[in-house]
Design a protein around this ligand. Structure first.
Ligand code: MP5
Length: 255
C-alpha cells in the first residue's frame, strides 16, 4: 500500500473530523454567522501570509525539479492573499489588525519549524497534508453552496480543478519522496502527517469558537499587530492556482 493510503487508513478519524466539521456544513448551508466567517477570514489571512516563508524555506533543500513548482506556489499564495482582501472588502470585514489566535500562531510556528529543522521529505509531508485538507474541506462546502454565496470564490480557489491538479501533483511527489526515505524518516513523515491533520481540525474549531489564548480573557496584543503583507489592491484578480496546472512550456516533464 502507498505511503499516503496507509496514513489515510490510520488517520481516517481525523479526515472525518475535518470533512464533518460544522464550520464547513454551516458555510455550505448559508447558516454560518457573519462574525464566525470573519474570524476565519482574518486568521486564515495570517496563515496564508506565513505559508509564503514556509514554502521559501523548503526551496534550498528541494530537488531541482521542485524549484519551479514551489516558486509557483509562492505566487499563487500572493494571489490568494488578494482574494482574501477582495472578499473582505466586499462584505465589509476588517481583515487587518487581528492578532493571531493561539491555534493559528501554533500552526504557523509548526510550519516554519518543520521547514527549517526537518528533512525536505518531512516538510513536504506537511505541505501536502495542509493543501489536501483544504481541498477536501472546500469540496464539502462546494457540494450545495448557493451559487450567489459571497464565499463561492473560496470554493473556486480550493475546490476547483486547478487546485485539484496541484494536490494530485503533490501526492505523486510525496509518494516518490516516501519511497526514497528510510523507515525512520518515513515514521517521522507519518507523525507530521498526523499533526498537520490535527492542526487542520483545530483551525476549523478555532474559527467556529473564536477562541483566543487559553487561560486569559485578553491576550493584550496591540491592535496594530497583524499581517505584514502589503498587496496592491489595484491589481486584477486571477485564478490563484491556474499556472500550477498549465503544461510545461519546455515540453519536458520536469523530472
Ligand atoms: C490552507 C489554508 C491551504 N489556507 N489554511 C489552513 C489552515 N490550512 C491549509 O493552504 P494554501 O496555501 O492557502 O492553499
Amino acid at each position: 500500500m502507498s505511503f499516503i493510503a496507509q496514513q489515510d487508513q490510520r488517520l481516517a478519524p481525523l479526515w472525518k473530523a475535518i470533512r464533518s466539521h460544522r464550520f464547513l456544513a454551516d458555510t455550505r448551508d448559508g447558516t454560518i454567522p457573519d462574525q464566525t466567517f470573519a474570524t476565519w477570514l482574518r486568521q486564515d489571512y495570517l496563515f496564508v501570509e506565513a505559508a509564503i516563508p514556509f514554502i521559501a524555506a523548503l526551496i534550498p533543500r528541494a530537488p531541482t525539479r521542485h524549484w519551479g513548482p514551489l516558486a509557483g506556489v509562492i505566487s499563487a499564495l500572493e494571489k490568494e492573499l488578494k482574494l482574501f482582501e477582495e472578499r473582505a472588502a466586499q462584505v465589509g470585514v476588517q481583515l487587518r489588525g487581528a492578532p493571531p489566535s493561539f491555534t493559528c500562531h501554533a500552526y504557523v510556528q509548526f510550519l516554519l519549524a518543520t521547514a527549517h529543522t526537518r528533512s525536505y521529505a518531512e516538510g513536504y509531508t506537511v505541505l501536502y497534508a495542509a493543501e489536501r485538507a483544504y481541498h477536501e474541506s472546500w469540496l464539502v462546502v462546494k457540494d450545495g453552496l448557493a451559487p450567489d454565496s459571497p464565499w463561492m470564490p473560496f470554493v473556486e480557489n480550493w475546490a476547483g480543478e486547478d487546485f485539484a491538479g496541484y494536490v494530485t501533483y503533490l501526492e505523486g511527489e510525496l509518494e516518490t519522496l516516501a519511497e526514497a526515505a528510510g523507515p525512520a524518516e518515513r515514521a517521522r513523515m507519518a507523525e507530521l502527517y498526523r499533526l498537520t491533520l490535527l492542526y487542520e481540525v483545530a483551525f476549523w474549531e478555532m474559527a467556529s469558537t473564536a477562541e483566543g489564548w487559553p487561560g486569559v480573557e485578553d491576550d493584550l496584543a496591540p491592535v496594530t499587530q497583524g499581517p505584514n503583507w502589503n498587496p496592491d489592491p489595484s491589481r486584477t484578480l486571477e485564478g490563484a492556482w491556474t499556472h500550477m496546472t498549465q503544461p510545461d512550456p519546455t515540453g519536458e516533464d520536469g523530472t
